[in-house]
Design a protein around this ligand. Structure first.
Ligand SMILES: NC(=O)c1ccc[n+]([C@@H]2O[C@H](COP(=O)([O-])OP(=O)(O)OC[C@H]3O[C@@H](n4cnc5c(N)ncnc54)[C@H](OP(=O)(O)O)[C@@H]3O)[C@@H](O)[C@H]2O)c1
Length: 316
C-alpha cells in the first residue's frame, strides 16, 4: 500500500511516499481503508523527533493520528464493528509506527467510533484528536459547570475551536484569544468576547471585566501565555494546559493540570452524537491531496502556528 512516512527524523524533506506492506490486524483490531487523515501539530512534532523520549518509534513511521474510513477486515475479538462500517478514530498507539497518512491502517477498535452520518469523511477525520483533547481538558480535568467563566487560548485553532463550542454548549461564558482576522470566526463558534492577543494584553482585558479572575483558563499556547494565565484564574479555579508543564507556576490556590489526550471510543461516540445533533461543527480550512508535496505543505502550515480550524489529507 502507499503511505506517507519517514525513515529518519527531520524537516519536511524527510516525508516520503513509500510502498509498504498492508498492516496485519491483531486481536481486537480493525483494518480500515482510509478515506481521509487529519493533520495535527503532533504530526510535524513526531517528524522532527520531539516525541522520541516519550514514545518508542519504529521506522518507517507512517504519519498521522486521526483517520476516517471504512472497515475492511476485523481481527479476533472485535465486537463493535464489521466489514463495511464507516468509522473515525484517534489512533495513537504505544509504538509510533503505523499512522493514518496511508491507504490502510490497523487500529484498536477501542480507539474508533461510528462516523457521524451527517458529515463527510474529510470532516470526520478532522475531529478525533482535537475534539477529544478539548473534551478531556474541559470535562475530565477542569470539570466545567454551566455559568462558569472561561478563557480559551488559541480559539481559532483545532483544539481551541472545539473547546469554545463544547464550553458554550455546556452553558459556560467563554472568552477567547485570537488575532484580529479570526475574531469573527471565533465569535461565531460561541465566544462572547474575543481578545486580539496581538494588540491587547489578555490579562488586563479579563481583569477589566472579572477583577477576581475567571473560573477556568484552557491554554493551548503554553510558555509566557500559560505563565500569565495563572495570574487570572480565580482562587479555587482551574488552569488546564495541553502544551507545557504548569506544576511549578506560583499559585498554590488553584488546580493546575497538564492534559495529554488519550484515545476514548465512548467520548468519541458522544462527540459524534453532538455532531449529528448540530451542536458541534468542524471547520476545514484546507484539504490536501495524498501526495508528498501536499503533505509537506500541510506540515508547513501547521508548523506556522496560524492555521484556522482543521486540515486534512484526502486519500484518492
Ligand atoms: N497535550 C495534548 O494532548 C495536545 C493535543 C492536541 C494539541 N496539543 C498541542 O496544543 C497546541 C494547539 O494545538 P492545535 O491543534 O489547536 O493547533 P493549531 O490548530 O495549529 O492552532 C493554530 C492556532 O493557534 C492560534 N495562536 C497561535 N499563537 C497564539 C497566541 N499566542 N495566542 C492565541 N492564539 C494563538 C492561531 O490563531 P491566530 O492565527 O489568530 O494567531 C491559530 O489559529 C499545539 O502545540 C499542539 O501540539 C496538545
Amino acid at each position: 500500500m502507499k503511505a506517507i512516512a519517514i525513515n529518519e527524523f527531520g524537516g519536511e524533506d524527510t516525508l516520503q511516499l513509500m510502498d509498504l506492506p498492508l498492516p496485519k490486524v491483531k486481536e481486537g483490531e480493525i483494518l480500515v481503508k482510509v478515506k481521509a487523515a487529519g493533520v495535527n501539530p503532533v504530526d510535524w512534532k513526531i517528524r522532527e523527533g520531539y516525541l522520541k523520549d516519550l514514545f518508542a518509534h519504529e521506522f518507517p513511521v507512517i504519519m498521522g493520528w486521526d483517520a476516517a474510513g471504512v472497515v475492511e477486515e476485523v481481527g479476533n475479538g472485535v465486537g463493535r464493528f464489521k466489514q463495511g462500517d464507516e468509522i473515525f478514530a484517534y489512533c495513537r498507539k504505544p509504538i509510533v509506527h503505523g499512522g493514518a497518512y496511508a491507504e490502510y491502517i490497523a487500529l484498536e477498535e477501542e480507539h474508533a467510533a461510528t462516523k457521524p452520518k451527517n458529515i463527510s469523511f474529510e470532516e470526520a477525520a478532522s475531529i478525533p484528536l482535537a475534539a477529544l483533547t478539548a473534551y478531556q481538558s474541559l470535562f475530565d480535568a477542569a470539570k466545567i459547570n454551566p455559568g462558569e467563566t472561561l478563557l480559551i487560548h488559541a480559539a481559532a485553532g483545532g483544539v481551541g475551536g472545539f473547546g469554545v463550542q463544547l464550553a458554550k454548549d455546556h452553558g459556560a461564558v467563554v472568552w477567547a484569544t485570537a488575532s484580529e482576522g479570526n475574531k469573527k470566526y471565533v465569535k461565531d463558534l460561541g465566544a462572547s468576547q474575543v481578545v486580539d492577543y496581538t494588540k491587547e494584553d489578555f490579562s488586563e482585558a479579563v481583569r477589566s471585566q472579572y477583577p477576581d479572575g475567571v473560573d477556568v483558563v484552557f491554554d493551548c499556547v503554553g510558555g509566557e501565555v500559560l505563565r500569565k494565565s495563572a495570574e487570572i484564574v480565580k482562587g479555587g479555579g482551574r488552569l488546564v494546559t495541553i502544551v507545557d508543564d504548569p506544576t511549578d507556576l506560583p499559585r498554590s490556590d488553584i488546580q493546575k493540570e497538564f492534559v495529554f489526550v488519550a484515545p476514548n471510543s465512548g467520548q468519541l461516540t458522544e462527540l459524534a452524537r453532538m455532531v449529528e445533533q448540530g451542536r458541534l461543527k468542524t471547520h476545514l480550512s484546507q484539504v490536501f491531496d495524498f501526495t508528498v508535496d501536499e503533505a509537506r505543505k500541510a506540515h508547513q502550515l501547521s508548523e506556522s502556528g496560524h492555521s484556522r480550524g482543521k486540515m486534512v489529507i484526502v486519500l484518492p
